[in-house]
Design a protein around this ligand. Structure first.
Ligand code: NAD
Length: 318
């Protein structure tokens, strides 16, 4: 397999590249990444010299760069995105540029290349909030934030390239990821590293908003499964099956690091904060995929990783 990974210097993309190179000795990977604030070459420094890996610094919005990156590949796994909801609330412009226009550029380049499989990596946030029950793949999109709206736009666009031009596109929509190499602005690494620095952790509103958490390796294995078993024109929900309130996850992190409730600081709620995300993952389950990591063990491994890898996050936080 000759694979183009976009956004491979980010959190999930870098874990995905490492996992794929370990699993498939015949897998060649090109990583196209602009190296925004969220893209960090240090995430892949252990595989820098792997002969099956190469890196192109470039912007997915640039058709020339994207065309060159696709020249000799048969598969695209598209992670590159602006991904932080709070930043999108401050200013959504770059989210529209990268997530919508950048995806459009890649899809157009894929039409001109001999791409056999294009996986567009998306999020549960496109379905919006749900009080009870869970969203299945055929449910309507109802995004709330500029981030999730830009992802919903890119999902619709990706599917339109399948319907209109027959491009072999499929979409994965995953729940909240956690694990090593996640930029320390996201809840879990922010809270772990704040506590290590003796700082309080900021919990939005009442802390009762619910998210489903998945260990990043499980998300990557779900994408790998879709690469091998999915059909073009199809959507696949990928969930971890670990729904927790923000307060519950905060308590688990506090416990793991031996801290108490005095380290919690309640802050004004996020604007337009979705109450609960939940995915119905029956489709992938019936096809034979399910997450394998136990949430508790994966969370303590993650805490351990941040404790042991201060070098990685300290400079990012400054
Ligand atoms: P991230 O912010 O950690 O990484 C994004 C990467 O994309 C960075 O390396 C960045 O440099 C690169 N990038 C940004 N703009 C680019 C551009 N214009 N051209 C080329 N590269 C560019 O994000 P992540 O958390 O790893 O998420 C990856 C993908 O997975 C995103 O599409 C996101 O929507 C999706 N997703 C994330 C989660 C999650 O919990 N983190 C859950 C579901 C889906």
């Amino acid at each position: 397999m000759k694979l183009l990974v976009t956004g491979g210097c980010g959190f999930i993309g870098s874990n995905f590249i490492r996992i794929m190179l370990e699993k498939y000795s015949d897998c060649e990977i090109i990583n196209l990444d602009k190296l925004t604030y969220a893209g960090n070459p240090a995430n892949l420094k252990d595989i820098d010299n792997n002969p099956n890996y190469s890196f192109i610094k470039g912007d997915i919005c640039d058709p020339h760069v994207s065309n060159v990156a696709m020249e000799n590949v048969d598969t695209v796994v598209h992670f590159a995105a602006e991904s932080h909801v709070d930043r999108s609330i401050e200013d959504g412009s770059v989210f529209i540029r990268t997530n919508v226009l950048g995806t459009n550029t890649l899809l157009n380049c894929a039409l001109d290349s001999d791409i056999k499989n294009f996986i567009h990596v998306s999020t549960d946030e496109v379905y919006g909030s749900i009080e009870n029950g869970s969203f299945a793949e055929e449910d309507n999109l109802n995004p709330s934030s500029p981030y999730s709206s830009s992802k919903a736009g890119s999902d619709l666009l990706a599917m339109s390239f399948h319907t209109t031009y027959g491009l072999p596109v499929s979409i994965t929509r995953c729940t909240n990821n956690f694990g090593p190499y996640q930029y320390p602005e996201k809840l879990i690494p922010l809270f772990i590293t704040n506590l290590m620095e003796g700082k309080q952790v900021p919990v939005y509103g009442t802390g009762l908003n619910v998210r489903d958490w998945i260990y990043v390796d499980d998300h990557c294995s779900g994408i790998d499964f879709v690469l091998n078993n999915g059909n073009s024109g199809e959507l696949y929900n990928i969930g971890g099956g670990s729904e927790l309130t923000n307060l519950e996850i905060t308590h688990r992190i506090l416990e793991t690091l031996g801290k108490d409730e005095s380290m919690i600081r309640y802050v004004e709620d996020r604007k337009g904060h979705d109450f609960r995300y939940s995915l119905d993952c029956t489709k992938l389950k019936k096809m034979g995929w399910k997450p394998k990591y136990d949430f508790k063990a994966a969370l303590s491994n993650t805490v351990k990783w941040y404790v042991e890898n201060r070098w990685w996050w300290e400079s990012l936080k400054q």
